[in-house]
Design a protein around this ligand. Structure first.
Ligand SMILES: Cc1cc2nc3c(=O)[nH]c(=O)nc-3n(C[C@H](O)[C@H](O)[C@H](O)COP(=O)(O)OP(=O)(O)OC[C@H]3O[C@@H](n4cnc5c(N)ncnc54)[C@H](O)[C@@H]3O)c2cc1C
Length: 334
């Protein structure tokens, strides 16, 4: 009987889960519906902007990540050694709708020269080819149990790790045979939407900063200087909307642009308009809170991601996926 485990989701939690399983010698098949893996560690390449920045990558999902958990600190040290990650800054600025108020010291925030997706791609590239098979783009349909097996995309597995946001996990868990796993998600955190506005300017026509938390604003929550983040100083800003603004424009993301551009203007007061902009929609950007348990588990089907492990953060997604993979390796498929 095959010991192969299916991991649904090729974001950082799914790849961490596959890493823990393959480290224990267990064969794994990772499925992701994206053309590339990475999930919300999402990097887009600028194209058709009419600026010198075409071909440059921009982080349009997570803005950065932190590393407090010692297990993740060790992973980040390796990423830094391989040149994938760099310490970005421990100092962001605070602003409100009237403008920038001042700097604020916090934890070190990590960023990447090639975009945050490169973190997931690098970690996936370290997994042994003879044990880990990453398949994408495959949109996995609802799963079901048959005896002590779990059926994923018409194939049998010894167990399944679902490493996707809760609303996407719920759509995988509609069959009666998996109702016990579905019950683990009931009463879980609310997931909020975010619009991510990318703007390309001719030059850096604002007061210099790395990242800005925008307090008490109806439209924006955060602005990153992507050039500082990436280390090339390109005049590219990425702003995140409030959940209210995002919820009002889910059907037509570009409709959020006028309000977001006006808010950007009132916070930063740049001396020019952007030469190009676009908006990326995140319907389930992040959970408002997270469970303290590192993962969920019922009889052959596990749940992991940033709604677990005291998240919601990139590092808790990694911790959650890794912990689920270790649990599976130690107690379920041995
Ligand atoms: C706008 C925004 C800003 C953020 N800012 C920060 C930040 O500053 N700091 C921070 O630490 N975190 C931040 N985050 C959160 C961070 O991105 C997440 O915590 C982390 O990426 C979660 O990883 P994950 O692997 O759990 O989930 P995901 O990255 O969502 O990966 C899930 C994967 O599952 C795939 N999938 C889903 N359903 C299926 C299916 N049926 N079949 C196949 N594949 C499927 C998806 O394609 C996706 O690749 C932010 C997120 C967003 C969107």
């Amino acid at each position: 009987m095959s010991r192969r485990v299916a991991v649904i989701g090729g974001g950082i939690s799914g790849i961490a889960c596959a890493g823990a399983l393959s480290a224990a010698g267990i064969p794994v098949r990772v499925f992701d519906r994206g053309h590339r893996i990475g999930g919300r560690l999402a990097t887009q390449t600028l194209r058709g902007t009419g600026t010198p920045h075409d071909g440059r990558v921009v982080d349009v999902g997570a803005a950065y990540f932190t590393a407090r958990d010692q297990r993740f600190v060790e992973v980040v040290d390796g990423l830094i050694e391989r040149g994938v990650v760099r310490p970005w800054t421990d100092t962001f600025h605070i602003a409100d709708s009237r403008g920038v108020i001042g700097p604020k010291l916090g934890p070190m925030r990590y960023a990447t020269p090639q975009g945050l997706r490169s973190v997931v791609e690098d970690l996936a590239g370290l997994l042994p080819d003879d044990l880990v098979d990453v398949r994408h783009p495959i949109d996995v349909p609802p799963i079901r149990r048959e005896g002590d097996r779990v059926i994923v995309a018409d194939e049998e597995y010894a167990a399944v790790a679902i490493c996707v946001p809760d609303p996407q996990a719920l759509s995988l868990l509609v069959d009666d045979s998996v109702a016990d796993t579905r019950a683990l998600l009931e009463g879980g955190p609310v997931w909020e939407p975010v619009m991510s506005l990318t703007t390309v300017f001719d030059d850096m026509c604002w007061q210099d900063f790395d990242g800005l938390f925008v307090n008490d604003d109806a439209v924006l929550t955060f602005i990153a200087h992507d050039g500082r983040r990436r280390g090339d100083d390109a005049p590219v800003l990425v702003a995140h909307s409030t959940a209210t603004v995002a919820a009002g424009h889910l059907a037509e993301p570009l409709g959020a642009a006028p309000a977001m551009l006006a808010a950007l203007n009132s916070v930063l007061r740049p001396t020019g308009d952007p030469s190009w902009f676009t908006v990326k929609r995140w319907t389930h950007a992040r959970p408002l809170t997270a469970r303290v348990e590192e993962f969920g588990w019922v009889d052959g089907i596990g749940l992991a991601g940033d709604a677990w492990a005291d998240g919601p953060r990139t590092e808790s997604a990694w911790v959650s996926g890794q912990a689920l993979g270790s649990h599976l390796a130690q107690s379920v498929v041995r």
